[in-house]
Design a protein around this ligand. Sequence first.
Ligand SMILES: [Zn+2]
Length: 104
Amino acid sequence: MNQHRAATEPPGRITIGPGGAALVLHRGGAEIVLPARALRAACRCAGCTAAARRGAPVVAEDGIRLAAAAPIGGYALNLAFSDGHARGVFPFAYLDELAAECGA
Ligand SMILES: [Zn+2]
């Protein structure tokens, strides 16, 4: 585990893949692809968290795309999706976790 850096250090360049199908983390020559559908399902905003707590987690629709990714305060990305959902804040450390789950 990184002890001092991981939580706040931006993980290099981040781009939206062709057509908004995925978020791409560029790490020293490597590319880690996080599918838009997985990111939408992993949203931890208040609304999505409450839905999961009710036992009815948000199910991302097929073909969902990323509409925008905007940095927040140097520690996170605000992601907007093609279904109109734009409240999700994804800390870089959380993106790292998702990348690990995606097998990257
Ligand atoms: Zn959400």
